[in-house]
Design a protein around this ligand. Sequence first.
Ligand SMILES: Nc1ncnc2c1ncn2[C@@H]1O[C@H](COP(=O)(O)OP(=O)(O)OP(=O)(O)O)[C@@H](O)[C@H]1O
Ligand SMILES: [Mg+2]
Length: 512
Amino acid sequence: MSGTESRVVSNALHASILVIDDEEVMREILEALLSREGHRVRLASSAEEGLELARTLPFDAAIVDVMLPGMDGITALEELKKTNDELPVIMITAFASVENAIVAMKRGAFDYITKPFKNDEVVVVVRNALERSRLVQENRSLRQSVQEQYQSFANIIGRSPKMKQVFDLIIQAAPSRSTILIEGESGTGKELVARAIHTNSPRADRNFVTVNSGNLPPDLLESTLFGHVKGAFTGAIYPKKGLFDLADKGSIFFDEMGNIPLETQAKLLRAMQEREFMRLGGMETIKVDARIIAATNVDLRKMVEDGRFREDLYYRLHVITIHLPPLRERKSDIPLLTQHFLAKYGEENAKGELELAAEALDLLMDYDWPGNVRELENVIERAVVLSSGSRIGPDLIPNDVRRAPVFQLPDVAVPPEGISFKEVITDFEKRLIESTLEAAGGVQKRAAELLHIKPTTLNEMIKRYDIRPRRRKPGTDGDTAPASPPRRPPPSSDEVVADVVSSRYRGMLDDE
Ligand SMILES: Nc1ncnc2c1ncn2[C@@H]1O[C@H](COP(=O)(O)OP(=O)(O)OP(=O)(O)O)[C@@H](O)[C@H]1O
Ligand SMILES: [Mg+2]
């Protein structure tokens, strides 16, 4: 017996199997066969009795005779599937009625055995069924743990497809020693990712050393990185170790690679390539084994072209690149991030459970977040600190977040049969006016301002399209509402034009 086979058998041992057959002899044969294989067997002489058992006990597989008095076997199969749709059900049919077997397979039976059967046949089919059961279960628990990871992986919150890709890359790249470059705008979470790589690597129990290269002059930066010998420069009274020493067997994180001056870049390249360095003012080479993780919010390629970044270092760094998308490209993460920060700062400020008003979330979703997650975090922290009740309303969202978003006409899917240009435009015009009027609290003069048209033009269109003022949503304060183009449009999925407006929202979730 091969290794695989023995694994299957041992896993299939002690399964719990339900047998439904009205013939006593058959029940006895099956019970003997399956018990011999090490399984626990429960017998039922009718579908009703079997179902009763299935509703109270967990089974790993069931064997059901098609021909049963009372409820027939096919119906029993369907009912069993209702108690557990992953339960493998093996049907027993008379040799003469293969049609029944086909029907059963169509209704979701795992397999069928025809009477008279050979003992081995039953054993093999049951084994297969149990193996499948085990795989399904394994897969489910794997999926669950992956999903849990994906809600938040090593403190990185996000479940947008773009963040899932980032998590995948971290998981793949972390175990190696390879240099990693993390690209992304300021505040996108580059440092979080760098730490996640370290903590998921075999170096996790060693140091994670951050180099804030800031605006250090080259000499000072070099001595910080590599240490110096006594007398290396005026004031160097004692020899000193550097950050590379600290990072030995661990990871060293350059939080802004673009800030490293050219002189230091050469030494860094050597440390990366040869895994050795010299102290400032020193002659001795020192071996070091530090994994390099670098982040940048500038385009290093461009710096190479401008002669401000060494090309060889650039290529050394680009072994594995993780791109962190700006928050505006993964807006579907905003609600989850907001929840996370509300909980974090709610607890920190002893505010208990806080709730974000829908209007406030609308504002957060509408904004472009140039400062990315850091900016969102700050906005939520401020709101939590300033809040008096348990509900965070739109009034607690700062004015610059209420800035009118740039209106982008989304992509329109043209059906194969085409659409009427005129109708679409007319309908769009009409809806745009309706939504703007709503945003302007029904005040035509204000709506005209918002649309950058003359009030008389707006008035003409209102008459032409026979637009009636819609009542404002309760609780929407027309005066403090941000001066923005239409907010969330009315839901009406069946109309192309409604789609044009609403896909502004959908688009931001879909493009990922
Ligand atoms: N996905 C995320 N989940 C939770 N918190 C996040 C996430 N992304 C960023 N943050 C938080 O936002 C703040 C900024 O993150 P971080 O310092 O990692 O950004 P950065 O990309 O390194 O920015 P910079 O380029 O300005 O250094 C931190 O407080 C961090 O905890
Ligand atoms: Mg940073």
